[in-house]
Write a protein that binds this ligand. Structure first.
Ligand SMILES: Nc1nc2c(c(=O)[nH]1)N[C@H]1C(S)=C(S)[C@@H](COP(=O)(O)OP(=O)(O)OC[C@H]3O[C@@H](n4cnc5c(=O)[nH]c(N)nc54)[C@H](O)[C@@H]3O)O[C@H]1N2
Ligand SMILES: Nc1nc2c(c(=O)[nH]1)N[C@H]1C(S)=C(S)[C@@H](COP(=O)(O)OP(=O)(O)OC[C@H]3O[C@@H](n4cnc5c(=O)[nH]c(N)nc54)[C@H](O)[C@@H]3O)O[C@H]1N2
Ligand SMILES: [Mo]
Length: 775
């Protein structure tokens, strides 16, 4: 069944094609072609059918590509092009055999691209790199657990270890993992959310008492207005386009706020419909606001000010007074603050015209039911938390929270990042959760807050953290300041990755290193008590079961649940009342504990078996109940700040191409943005190019400009003249992480500021004949 040694086509920068003009529509027939063909080529027809036809079906598995919810009625092909890429990448029969580790020293693997590493196939057996050696070599599971277990039990303090999670982990594995880590004695539970929607959690927690969307799937079709801010659904949440199309057909207006005219925001050709095949598709955005990077806070304040001014002109007719009086606090302070808002500053910060802002305000005032959605273009900013608080302000003014067709909707990234948090993956879980955990398992969990992702890097760098364990993900590849992060990881004594496939974090290691291979979500999970399923939570708080359909790619693979259970037996044994050996045999036992510990998950085993699962309670959405210290939703006053741009510099964002999932690179095209065969490009507006004396197609070095004056540079990048907002630039993440300083983080949430790096572009002096990415 398995295959080896695939041909890997690296990027071909010499023949890179860049049209410089974005596509004006997303999906359509090419989308279907792009999803099916590689799946069949890589997996063969049988495996492709077994996976793709089960994807997002009620008795199948949850797509691991994003956290977009499933509609009540499922179509036969309930997946998108990028979901198909994710499944193909995981369910590939290509495997890494034992000889691979002899053939490839770690020092060589370190020079390989993320693309090459991912294409080597699935990891199949535990491997260990002893200190001082340059090769991993296969070990038994027992040896692997002993190496890690001995190291953990030998540390002076549990806080010398850190336990990262990436958001693909199931609820069951996440619950066990946090239990194990807390039983071991630390709250060092950083996760990918720290780099992602942490700003949303902070802002919403403080203002409305819950860090999750206040809408359900059906609300999209009921809204009068949907504002999409800092999000590229065409590539990153493609199935959202179907929901937007349904909303449009029901008369909803859509406004897109983005420095880039992203294809998926403009027009959608639904491949499931005749219109999408033959016609021009559905026009999505009624208004496109090309905001300057970091200008959203000013825009939101300006719209709220217009709402308050309209109310002042016609008192009693504009605001939702009943809602504000009964449920909110802080209106007078907000009004007083916004009265002083300077329009000239707003225009400078946003790069928009007054009339454009007036138009959005008019749309907002006309609509009875408004949804605002957002993603990384909002959260990954110094003022990300305050910007989201301004989203909440605007929504609260007209009662747009807690009624049908309206609400605040952060669109999550990883398919179970929200569920992992619900299950306790957080370095600062609240006391109520820890109390429940303590009661259920008869032990005293640590109360001191642990480290988040950025703090993990700092403490590894400074020697305070000596052991790193990653349940999925690629921390070194994903986090800011790549070189600093790599050095920090190399400063540890032992790094351990529990993974499906190779990535950067396996090649930049502690003195000793372990790779523990695991089963993916597509795979059939047979345990002693029978076939098992797991559960996940999507971006609108719906929880449902997920069951793999294909045979695991290798016989020795363990599930994530099994790995965590066995590790816990080695390290914490009987120190708490938990049947670790039983958990692995029957996941119902884990779910029984989840029922007792996690609020909203009572009777979990029954509810998860209902068709389509169940929806977690949500105070603001269900009953306009706000779990804040005052019991009210808080309107907040936030001092306006936008990104300062010294003369001769640009504000650069690090974003995703259409051919990647985070640090996983599926290919070298970004077809909606007209890029083919390469990723080493920087998008700049024609006006900025003229001002900087640069031209389309020229090669430049991108220098990060930061107060610490450290050298952060990306060399040999090809300039693409592109209609981005003036003063702004864009390059692809994860490469762009080299430019983001570790200490450049959002206020409050500590999320790396990946979307606003001040850069200077300098013509490349000696252009290397062979581009750096080759190999
Ligand atoms: N296929 C695929 N799907 C994915 C992922 C993937 O990598 N590939 N990743 C998953 C994950 S973990 C996440 S978090 C999500 C990410 O989903 P997105 O947030 O859509 O991802 P990004 O590519 O970072 O896109 C950021 C968008 O914000 C815009 N933007 C940048 N700066 C600003 C700004 O200052 N203001 C405004 N208004 N807009 C701005 C950019 O132009 C871009 O359109 O997607 C998830 N789904
Ligand atoms: N500059 C910049 N930096 C960013 C961002 C940005 O927009 N710009 N985005 C940030 C965001 S939103 C996020 S979420 C982070 C992502 O950070 P991470 O979640 O750490 O990174 P991923 O690339 O999603 O991790 C991919 C790896 O997970 C492993 N994996 C895949 N499936 C499974 C599975 O089922 N089980 C296990 N155990 N392992 C699995 C594979 O080995 C794969 O190589 O990056 C952040 N970094
Ligand atoms: Mo994310």
């Amino acid at each position: 069944m398995t295959r080896k040694n695939p041909r890997v086509e690296e990027s071909d920068e010499a023949n890179l094609e860049a049209s410089g003009s974005p596509k004006t529509w997303a999906a359509g027939i090419p989308g279907v072609y792009h999803s099916m063909k590689p799946a069949i080529e890589h997996m063969g027809l049988h495996r492709a059918r077994k996976t793709l036809l089960a994807l997002n079906q009620k008795d199948g598995f949850d797509c691991m590509s994003c956290a977009w919810p499933d509609p009540g009625h499922r179509k036969t092909f309930e997946f998108c092009e990028n979901g198909a890429k994710a499944v193909t990448w995981e369910a590939t029969p290509v495997v890494i055999g034992s000889e691979f580790w002899d053939e490839h020293p770690v020092s060589e693997l370190r020079e390989r691209s993320e693309y090459w590493l991912g294409m080597q196939g699935r990891l199949t057996e535990p491997v260990y790199k002893p200190a001082g050696e340059d090769h991993y070599r296969p070990v038994s599971w027992d040896q692997a657990f002993s190496i890690l277990g001995d190291k953990l039990t030998g540390l002076a303090s549990p806080d010398e270890a850190t336990f990262y999670t990436s958001g693909r982990t199931s609820n069951e594995a996440a619950f066990l993992y946090q239990l194990f880590v807390r039983a071991y004695g630390t709250n060092n539970l950083p996760d990918c959310s720290n780099m992602c929607h942490e700003s949303s959690g902070w802002a919403m927690g403080q203002t409305i008492g819950i860090g999750k969307a206040t809408i359900s799937y059906d609300d999209f079709a009921k809204a009068d207005l949907i504002v999409i801010m800092g999000q590229n659904p065409g590539s990153n949440h493609p199935r959202m386009l179907t929901a937007l199309e349904e909303a449009k057909e029901a008369g909803c207006h859509i406004v897109a706020v983005n420095p880039l005219p992203e294809a998926g925001l403009m027009r959608y050709k639904n491949p499931q419909k005749v219109k999408g095949i033959a016609g021009r598709g559905t026009e999505l955005a009624d208004q496109f606001m090309q905001v300057r990077i970091g200008g959203d806070m000013a825009l939101l304040q300006a719209v709220s000010k217009r709402v308050l001014d309209a109310e002042a002109k016609n008192p009693g007719t504009v605001l939702d007074h009943n809602f504000l009086e009964e449920h909110c606090q802080g209106l007078d302070e907000l009004r007083a603050h916004l009265a002083g808002l300077d329009e000239a500053t707003v225009l400078e910060a946003t790069g928009l015209r007054t009339e454009e802002i007036d138009e959005l305000a008019a749309r907002y005032l006309k609509a009875e039911k408004v949804i605002i959605t957002w993603a990384m273009g909002i959260t990954q900013h110094k003022k990300g938390v305050d910007t989201i608080k301004e989203i909440i302000n605007l929504l609260l003014l007209r009662g747009n929270i807690g009624k049908p067709g309206a609400g605040a909707s952060p669109i999550r990234g990883h398919s179970n990042v929200q569920g992992d948090r619900t299950m306790g993956i957080w370095e600062q879980m609240p006391p109520a959760f820890l109390d429940a955990l303590s009661k259920e398992f008869s032990f005293e969990p640590p109360r001191k807050h642990g480290v988040d992702s950025v703090e993990t890097i700092r403490q590894m760098r400074d020697g305070g953290i000596r052991v790193f364990v990653g349940l999925g993900g690629n921390l070194v590849g994903a986090i800011s300041d790549s070189h600093a992060a790599q050095a920090a990881m190399q400063n540890t004594e032992l790094s351990v990755q529990i993974s499906t496939k190779l990535n950067r974090s396996h090649t930049v290691t502690g003195a000793e290193a372990l790779i523990l291979p695991t089963m993916g979500r597509t795979e059939f999970d047979q345990q002693e008590s029978g076939p098992q399923f797991v559960s996940v939570e999507d971006t609108v708080c719906a929880v449902h079961a997920s069951q793999g359909t294909v045979q695991p790619v290798a016989p020795g693979l363990l599930s994530e649940v099994a790995i965590v259970s066995r590790l816990a037996q080695k390290v914490v044994g009987n120190s708490i009342q938990a049947d670790w050996a039983g958990f692995e045999k029957n996941y119902d036992l884990i779910r029984d504990h989840i029922s007792h510990v996690v609020a909203g998950c009572e009777d979990y085993n029954r509810k998860i078996r209902q068709e389509g699962g169940f929806v977690l309670p949500n105070g603001p959405r269900d009953s306009r109940t706000f779990n804040t210290p005052t019991g009210k939703a808080m309107l907040t006053v936030n001092a306006l700040e936008h990104v300062a741009r010294p003369a001769g510099t640009l504000i650069l964002q690090g974003m995703r191409s259409h051919d990647q999932f985070n640090t996983t690179i599926y290919g070298h095209n970004d077809r909606y943005r007209g890029i083919k065969k390469g990723r080493e490009v920087v998008f700049v507006s024609p006006q900025d190019l003229a001002e900087l004396g640069l031209s389309d197609g020229q090669y430049v070095d991108i220098h990060g400009v930061y107060k610490d004056n450290a050298e952060r540079v990306l060399r040999n990048y090809r300039v693409v003249s592109y209609p981005t907002a003036v003063g702004c630039a864009a390059a692809y993440y994860p490469e762009a992480n080299v430019l983001v300083p570790l200490d450049s983080v959002a206020e409050g949430s500590q999320t790396p500021v990946s979307k606003a790096v001040i850069v200077r572009l300098e013509p490349t002096k000696e252009r290397a004949m062979e581009p750096a990415a080759a190999g």
